[in-house]
Design a protein around this ligand. Structure first.
Ligand SMILES: [Zn+2]
Length: 285
């Protein structure tokens, strides 16, 4: 009999213990849900105030389907521009693969974007086919330095920094070169630095370097992306660019199914005093 009572007490004790972690998990879930809801409310408020909330830099990557993207769009209120990567080493390398991709997705209620990769793309596709897209963008993350080393700045093993200032000057002249020579509407992953230099972002992006990029964007009428994934450019850069008359886009550059809610870009609207007229808007073709 005593044994039974002990067993019952023990079972109740176990039950209580097993309940505890469950309570913790659900508290975290509730907290995450609350944060998510407050961002969704913020997006709704911005739209009511005349802002168009568009993520112009989404990819169908990591198994993300167009249907899932549209479902996320419905839940969050964010509209989308879906970008297809084209260039050396990417699935789209010529006019026929570029057009096939376009045909496959053109009927969906999203902007269609071409993300041009590397510096070679300018000679790989015809002007007519490029112009079927609603907008074209590129970044300056892939380039060859003065010593002939082709770098992809997001791959630490492909980055060569012998001298930080020399590297920065080369990067800035690459960005200006891209803006001057390539027929793009948007410059994305703006001001991205390789991991080894990221802690010194504010020191290395001097006023002089920022202004070279900003002036080139103005001269070539190219909008600059505020990137939610990398949290760039800095508020200092955005404020300077706004003052010079640059237009902005918001973008995520997702690598997997997670599209997020443009948190950093939305934070910058308030922090930098961005108004609806400060944003890029392509014509839907
Ligand atoms: Zn991208």
């Amino acid at each position: 009999m005593k044994k039974n009572i002990l067993l019952t007490v023990f079972s109740i004790f176990c039950l209580l213990l097993s309940c505890k972690p469950k309570t913790k998990t659900s508290t975290i879930e509730v907290e995450q849900g609350t944060v998510q809801n407050s961002i969704i409310q913020k997006i709704a408020q911005l739209k009511a105030d005349g802002y168009e909330i568009v993520d112009y830099h989404a990819h169908l990557k990591g198994g993300l389907s167009m249907e899932e993207l549209l479902d996320h769009s419905k839940k969050t209120g964010i509209d989308y521009g879906v970008a297809f990567n084209a260039g050396v080493g990417f699935p789209i390398t010529n006019d026929s693969t570029l057009l096939a991709n376009y045909e496959q997705y053109k009927e969906y209620p999203v902007y269609m974007a071409m993300q041009a990769e590397g510096r070679e793309w300018v000679n790989m596709f015809s002007k007519e086919n490029i112009s079927t897209f609603d907008y074209v963008f590129t970044d300056a993350m892939t380039w060859t330095d003065t010593q002939g080393r082709r770098m992809r700045l997001w791959m630490p093993e492909e980055v060569f920094v012998d001298d930080k200032d020399d590297f920065m000057d080369q990067l800035v002249s690459q960005i200006v070169g891209v803006m001057t020579n390539e027929p793009i509407d948007l410059y994305v992953n703006s001001t991205f630095l390789p991991k080894v230099l990221q802690p010194e972002y504010d020191i290395l992006w001097t006023t002089e370097r920022m202004d070279k990029v900003i002036n080139s964007a103005v001269a070539n009428q190219i909008a600059i992306e505020i990137n939610a994934r990398y949290k760039i450019p800095s508020a200092t850069f955005i404020k300077r660019a706004k003052a010079a008359g640059v237009k902005f886009s918001m973008g995520t550059n997702n690598t997997g199914k997670e599209l997020g809610t443009l948190d950093y870009a939305i934070e910058m609207i308030e922090k930098c005093g961005l108004e609806p007229a400060d944003f890029f808007k392509p014509a839907k073709k």
